[in-house]
Design a protein around this ligand. Structure first.
Ligand code: 0RA
Length: 638
């Protein structure tokens, strides 16, 4: 008897060791790598466990604290990890959960209905990848504690105190193992904030408190309205056309909720979540919602006589302009396409989601005729614009086929024909364009001057954008085509550099250009081809030496260095046009001395927000943004 118990104890111990070693040997398999993303994943994995407690109705507060040494504490007021002796292994359940792969939610049979963890490896994988880890559990009036190093228990499960009456919960503190996560990685506050905000939106009623002791910043998220609050938040700078439509239902143990609202904007902001995870590649929940919206709007518009017999049905695209929507499902057994691509695959979810959305949306349309009319009107305008855009685009494409060899007249091209060595400067204004043409190295630097303000691409539509002369010149100079016809292979310059004045107009034009590239040539940004030039703010001449200051701090430093009483000539550059060609070359264009800021898309969703705010039809938020960020515009990086 005791023999066989020993045997099973040994066998399971060996299994535990093997499991922990496997995680340490191949972290990629368990947390998706050893980079910053994987590092954030460690935190998410523990928070997901706490969210599971919240989804089970056992927890309403989660706290995450990053300590100065980059150790992290995640605490919750859930039931607390069980601590009783596990009959098969003879060890505490707490130790089993912390050291055995996949022992999380499934432990004890009953477990929970849904599990948030994408990889579902649980807190044991985090433990295995931590230099040290400490877990404390409040349960049954006591506080239990165990410590680990690289996943191995260093202490038994000990009672270290009394828990206040009725209080339960789990608190995990871990320090990632720098032998595995190499290169001085640091958690990024903004990325974590965004994720916790999303988690709080889709887990209504839970409070998520986040503190970063490294920088003394903190945030608390609590959303009474759940995903309705989410839609409200996304539309905070847009003009809504009607109240938010919402429904939530449970079908066959799968919970489905959605919220939607149309706005006067032209862009679509739709996000899909499965078990609180942002499924960026969509999946069956998203498809279900989209098809239901299109079908329901078509049915309603026909019945209400808003679509005539001769009109074609709205396409999916027609019903997406100005749409802000969230779909969030919770499934006991979610199937994802793969570990990295976040896409929900469960087929039944499509049917159920479509059912929930159709029912709720058609009821809303019946009961709110004026809202219904506004929505259908928006779709009609969008359908008309799309057909106009198609015609305009066909025209442009046909024309550009004829003109494919003719580059725009304003372009001063370079002689280099290898795109990887060629640069294009997009320069604001004819006079600065003139200086740039004279100052450049014509072997590899091409100049395209842009006159005045190009179109505001957020408010304008594709058909208008394509017929704008400045944009046409830009598209044909780049050689890539646009939108669906966009092809990065044909890019004629691998460095595209936006060079504008360091003033408000310059920053506006730069934002317009960034909007255009973001909306219509996204891969060009993603592949790192877009840059912003950094012209100096001041020229400081002293005796026969000239210094350039690129920031106010630069200016202070240079003036200090020169010292008092000196005969200094200080010139503030109000525009690029004030520099002669030689100066422009030295300060802003010479690869040996210039600074370029590379434009990145760190987070398309956040960029979408900034663009709508800067460009959208709502004026006050734009003014506020420009005012509060005026001192930072030099580092505008979307
Ligand atoms: C196993 C079983 C139960 C809860 C947990 C694990 C649990 C894990 C973590 C990790 C962080 N916070 C957590 N909270 C709970 C179910 C407990 C029960 O049924 O009483």
């Amino acid at each position: 008897m005791s023999q066989s118990q020993n045997a099973s104890y040994d066998a399971s111990t060996i299994q535990v060791l093997k499991g922990l070693e496997a995680v340490r040997r191949r972290p990629g398999m368990y947390v998706g790598g050893t980079d910053i993303k994987a590092l954030h994943h460690l935190i998410y994995e523990v928070v997901d466990n706490a969210i599971d407690e919240a989804l089970a109705g056992a927890c309403d507060r989660i706290e995450i604290v990053i300590h100065p040494d980059q150790s992290v504490t995640v605490s919750d007021n859930g039931r607390g990890i069980p601590v009783d002796i596990h009959p098969e292994t003879g060890s505490s359940a707490l130790e089993v959960v912390m050291t055995t792969l996949h022992a999380g939610g499934k432990f004890g049979g009953g477990g929970y209905k849904v599990s948030g963890g994408l990889h579902g490896v649980g807190v044991s994988a985090v433990n295995a990848l931590s230099e040290w880890c400490e877990v404390k559990v409040k349960r049954g009036g006591k506080v239990y504690r165990q410590r680990y190093a690289r996943g191995y228990p260093q202490t038994p499960v000990e009672v270290v105190g009394k828990a206040p009456k009725g209080e339960t919960g789990t608190s995990v503190t871990f320090k990632f193992d720098a032998e595995i996560f190499k290169g001085g990685l640091k958690y990024k506050y903004e990325t974590l904030v965004q994720r916790f905000r999303e988690m709080a939106f889709v887990t209504r009623g839970v409070t998520i408190y986040f503190r970063d002791e490294r920088s003394d910043r903190e945030m608390t998220f609590y959303f009474e309205g759940g995903i309705r609050s989410f839609v409200h938040y996304l539309n905070r700078n847009r003009q809504a056309l009607h109240p938010i439509v919402y429904a939530g239902r449970e079908i066959n143990n799968i919970s489905i909720e959605f919220a939607l609202q149309y706005t006067a904007a032209f862009t679509e902001s739709v996000y899909a979540f499965a078990n609180t995870i942002n499924t960026i590649d969509g999946g069956t929940h998203l498809t279900g919602m989209r098809s239901a919206i299109t079908r329901t709007l078509n049915d309603y518009a026909r019945k209400a006589g808003l679509l005539k017999d001769s009109d074609p049905n709205f396409t999916g695209d027609d019903t997406r302009e100005g749409l802000t929507a969230i779909v969030s499902i919770k499934h006991p057994d979610p199937q994802f396409e793969s570990q990295t691509k976040v896409k929900l695959m469960n087929p039944e979810v499509q049917t159920y989601t479509a059912q929930v959305v159709s029912e709720a949306l058609s009821t809303f349309l019946e009961e709110n005729p004026s809202a219904a009319k506004a929505i259908v009107q928006k779709c009609l305008t969008s359908a008309r614009a799309r057909s106009a855009a198609r015609k305009a685009r066909d025209l442009v494409i046909r024309k550009s086929a004829l003109e494919s060899l003719t580059l725009p007249g304003k372009l001063a091209d370079c002689s280099e024909r290898d795109p990887s060595k060629a640069e294009l400067y997009i320069v604001e204004g004819e006079s600065a364009g003139g200086s740039a043409k004279q100052g450049r190295d014509r072997h590899f630097q091409a100049i395209l001057p842009l006159r005045g303000k190009i179109l505001n691409t957020e408010r304008a539509r594709l058909d208008k954008i394509l017929s704008n002369n400045e944009i046409k010149a830009l598209i044909s100079a780049l050689g890539t085509g646009i939108g669906e016809e966009f092809s990065l292979e044909n890019l004629r310059y691998h460095r595209i550099i936006i060079m504008t004045d360091a003033d408000v107009d310059g920053s506006h034009i730069r934002t317009l250009l960034l909007t255009f590239f973001f909306r219509y040539m996204t891969p060009l940004i993603e592949q790192g081809h877009l840059y912003i030039a950094q012209p100096p703010l001041y020229r400081i001449a002293y005796k026969n030496k000239v210094h350039y200051a690129y920031t106010e701090a630069d200016r202070e430093r240079i003036l200090q260095e020169i010292g008092n009483g000196a005969k200094i000539h200080l010139q503030r550059y109000k525009g690029l046009g004030e520099m002669n060609p030689q100066q422009l070359w030295e300060t802003t264009m010479d690869p040996q001395t210039r600074t370029l800021l590379q434009v990145t898309i760190d987070d398309a969703a956040e960029a979408d927000q900034v663009f709508s705010m800067l460009m959208g039809s709502e004026v006050p938020p734009r003014r506020r943004f420009i005012q509060t960020h005026a001192s930072e515009v030099r580092n505008l990086d979307i």
